[in-house]
Design a protein around this ligand. Structure first.
Ligand code: AKG
Ligand code: FE2
Length: 298
């Protein structure tokens, strides 16, 4: 039987920022995942996002394919993606919709694709509202992450990392039908996220699992439970690199449960020139241990 993991809970409104940063540090060192509560994104708004997401995924395939993914934005049909390219099974059993950054320096927001207002009224405004609010929560969290790295609280802001967040909102729908074949068809096969931070919200249906030791064989997978109203936050590969593996980008996947499932992810990548051109990270690199991974030379 799969064990469950107890993730730490981080309160974004806690007045004791030093202790909160310490708790984030520990979570990022040990698991790379934590729950974020009191993040300021209204539960009602999240419910509306889920409703609108269901409406979109319930459209006919023909209608959805009008918005098929271009410039990394729009609709990806069932089985079109496989997050673990080494898996021998067919593509992942999920369909998705990607929405790129809305504003910020250098953001070309008109690349985003939207369902027509007559087809899905208020869809775009609901998604835009949610996108902005999760960005606010992410930016507040990033100050604490800076403290957790023993950097100045405004380190990422001062470095310009928050000016043009290369952030994506991804809506996911797992249809939940169990395949009759012998092979497991994953909802999302094993992967780590490639960005800086991911904020995930789900409709409460389980299936998410983490593997803390990605290089150990056999891999041990643990269930991540839903915590009502909380985001599940995880560290991505970019942050793992920046910190020379001090913070972990943990392997995770979504298993089929036989139940339909919806989730919404916001990826904070912040991949802009600041990292490559700014030497502020250099001391951080110097002070971290190297663990056999490529280290950028600045
Ligand atoms: O839907 C989920 O719970 C997680 C999906 C995921 O990890 C991803 O799309 O990167
Ligand atoms: Fe992921």
């Amino acid at each position: 039987m799969t064990q469950s993991i107890q993730l730490p809970i981080i309160d974004l409104t806690s007045p004791d920022r030093v202790s909160t940063a310490r708790a984030i540090r520990q979570a990022c060192l040990e698991v790379g995942f934590f729950y974020l509560i009191n993040h300021g994104v209204d539960e009602k708004l999240f419910k509306q996002v889920l409703e609108q997401s269901k409406k979109f995924f319930s459209l006919s395939l023909e209608e959805k394919m009008k918005l098929v993914r271009r410039n990394h934005r729009g609709y990806t049909p069932l089985y079109a993606e496989k997050l673990d390219p080494s898996s021998t099974t067919q593509g992942d059993s999920k369909e998705s919709f990607y929405i790129g950054s809305l504003e910020g320096k250098g953001v070309v927001s008109n690349l985003n694709q939207w369902p027509a207002e007559e087809v899905l009224p208020c869809w775009r405004s609901t998604m835009e509202d949610y996108h902005r609010r999760v960005l606010d929560a992410g930016i507040r969290l990033i100050s604490l992450v800076a403290l957790a790295l023993e950097l100045e609280e405004d380190f990422f802001h001062k470095s310009g990392a928050c000016d043009s967040p290369n952030a994506f909102l991804r809506l996911l729908h797992y249809p939940g039908e169990l395949q009759l074949s012998e092979q497991v068809v994953y909802g999302a096969s094993a992967h780590s996220d490639y960005g800086m931070l991911t904020l995930l919200a789900t409709d409460g249906v389980g299936g998410l699992q983490v593997c803390r030791e990605k290089f150990k064989k056999p891999q041990i997978w643990e269930d991540v439970h839903h915590l009502s109203g909380a985001f599940i936050v995880n560290i991505g590969d970019m942050m793992e690199r920046w910190t020379n593996c001090l913070f972990r980008s943990t392997l995770h996947r979504v298993m089929p449960t036989g139940q339909e499932r919806y989730s919404v992810l916001r990826f904070h990548h912040m991949l802009n020139s600041f990292f490559f051109s700014n030497s502020l990270f250099y001391p951080l690199f110097r002070s971290m241990h190297v663990c056999g991974m490529l280290v950028y030379v600045i």
